[in-house]
Design a binder for this molecule. Structure first.
Ligand SMILES: *[C@@H]1O[C@H](CO)[C@@H](O)[C@H](O)[C@H]1NC(C)=O
Ligand SMILES: *[C@@H]1O[C@H](CO)[C@@H](O)[C@H](O)[C@H]1NC(C)=O
Ligand SMILES: *[C@@H]1O[C@H](CO)[C@@H](O)[C@H](O)[C@H]1NC(C)=O
Length: 434
């Protein structure tokens, strides 16, 4: 009966009679849900707990959407969240609120399922993770000796933390000024290219501010790191300081892994008396959007794209460098920007008559390259020889019949996560047309 009404109000009613294949487009009151707002990842701060956290899910303007939430859906520990069993959960349409979040209980993958009489779709997973920064445990730090004009580094020995932290170094209680001979790396080390002065150093680490804000990031200080001073070997150090030596661990990219959409920093430092630095990329030029910090030792790539991947070469220039030939004043870094899959071709609704062939194609980019799974009403579709064929991102139904109608999703997945595109297949009854 539903189908009959549907055809009577369809605007392409005439077309139907003519070619017998096309059916009217969907009308507003005949729509299965699709996820229009995906839940996003949430951090719970171990040492300053919020009163509640929210995960949002929205299924567009469709009739009678019904939302359910699952935790760890893709595992055998899947939990269907129910306010009846845990009173900390509240459902407000698509939103899940968890009151008094618990760092031991609540972390995990969360997904919502939106359904109505026309089908059901599942959202992308959103992680709830614990953000923390432990205290330094370095009350008995040994003193460090710096050789005049020498190269060396001191390690912050940053305590366990998640996610990334930022470093500020203090010398004799004052923030360390930018200087061409000193380099604070995001790897937690403070490098001296050409050591000049002793002092008391403190490494101060601060949790990075989340995108949402509202939270005062925690800071922890190391105990004093005394760097003493010796003139021993000063002559030799001065003589060899014209040779650039790149630390084995640099250049490197921060944060790691380098993700699409983030601001990436490529760091390079040559220990020795470098006077300036420059960068090149592959055989082409650097992307126009890049900028430099810290005497060009840091190349900043805002809003990283997959196309920003490539071989970056850092060159240390110094008036006394004895290159070319004898010493290399260049070092390269192969950047591969990583990305959770995202669709470049989404699924579109299809309306066909019984017996027609349906071929659907979705296409996603990602790094590493994504793999595909096809899903109908939350169930993974298995190929049926001669009936349903699946070739990665192409789904073919050789002869659609009534039971094949419903909500289809194409999932693209790699190690960084998964994402979905969905569309509805309507198979019309040929009898109604005649
Ligand atoms: C480390 O250096 C400080 C400051 O120079 C000094 O007071 C302290 O005795 C030294 N500690 C050790 C273990 O040598
Ligand atoms: C860390 O040390 C610096 C320099 O001594 C000081 O200015 C700052 O207030 C300290 N911060 C914390 C959180 O202790
Ligand atoms: C850089 O890394 C990519 C991906 O890992 C690889 O395909 C490419 O050959 C590397 N390029 C160089 C110059 O090493």
């Amino acid at each position: 009966m539903m189908v009959l009404v549907y055809f009577l109000i369809g605007t392409c009613f005439i077309t139907l009679h003519v070619d017998g294949a096309a059916v009217p487009d969907k009308t507003d009151d005949d729509t299965a849900p699709r996820i229009t707002k995906q839940p996003e990842y949430v951090l719970i701060y171990r040492d300053s707990l919020a009163t509640s956290i929210d995960l949002e899910c929205e299924a567009g303007n469709v009739p009678n959407p019904h939302y359910q939430w699952y935790k760890n859906y893709d595992t055998k520990f899947r939990i269907h969240l129910d306010p009846g069993t845990d009173r900390r959960y509240t459902f407000t349409k698509g939103r899940l609120t968890i009151r008094n979040p618990d760092v031991n209980v609540d972390p995990g993958d969360y997904r919502c399922v939106a359904s109505n009489q026309y089908g059901s779709v599942i959202s992308d997973p959103a992680k709830v993770e614990v953000a923390f920064l432990n205290k330094f445990d370095d009350r008995f730090r040994e003193n460090v000796t710096g050789h005049l004009f020498g190269r060396f580094s001191i390690d912050c020995r940053v305590p366990l933390h998640y996610p990334d932290v930022e470093y500020t170094w203090y010398k004799d209680d004052l923030p360390l000024q930018d200087h061409i001979d000193v380099f604070p790396s995001q790897n937690g080390r403070l490098y001296f290219s050409y050591f000049m002065a002793s002092g008391k150093f403190v490494c101060s680490v601060t949790m990075k501010k989340p995108k949402g804000g509202g939270f005062v990031p925690q800071t922890e200080n190391s105990s004093d790191i005394n760097v003493l001073f010796t003139r021993q070997g000063a002559h030799a150090n001065h003589a060899t300081s014209v040779i650039p030596i790149f630390p084995e661990e640099l250049p490197a990219v921060f944060p790691y892994p380098p993700m699409k959409g983030e601001e990436l920093k490529l760091e390079c430092v040559a220990l020795g008396r470098a006077k300036s630095y420059s960068w090149t990329k592959g055989d082409g030029g650097l992307p126009a959007k890049v900028r430099f910090e810290q005497y060009n030792r840091v190349l900043v790539i805002p809003d990283a794209k997959l196309e920003d991947s490539g071989l970056y070469t850092c060159t240390a220039h110094g008036p006394y460098f004895v290159t070319p030939g004898e010493y290399d004043n260049k070092k390269s870094f192969n950047l591969t920007v990583q990305a959770k899959p995202y669709f470049t071709q989404i699924l579109k609704d299809e309306g066909v008559t019984e017996g027609s062939k349906v071929s659907w194609r979705c296409e996603a980019k990602g790094e590493p390259a994504p793999s595909y799974t096809w899903i109908k009403n939350e169930q993974i579709i298995r190929p049926i020889p001669g009936d349903i064929e699946i070739k990665d991102n192409v789904l073919t139904i050789h002869a659609a019949y009534k039971r094949r109608g419903g909500l289809y999703q194409c999932q693209a997945k790699n190690i960084h996560g998964s994402t979905y595109t969905s569309a509805q297949l309507r198979v019309s009854d040929t009898k109604v047309i005649g």
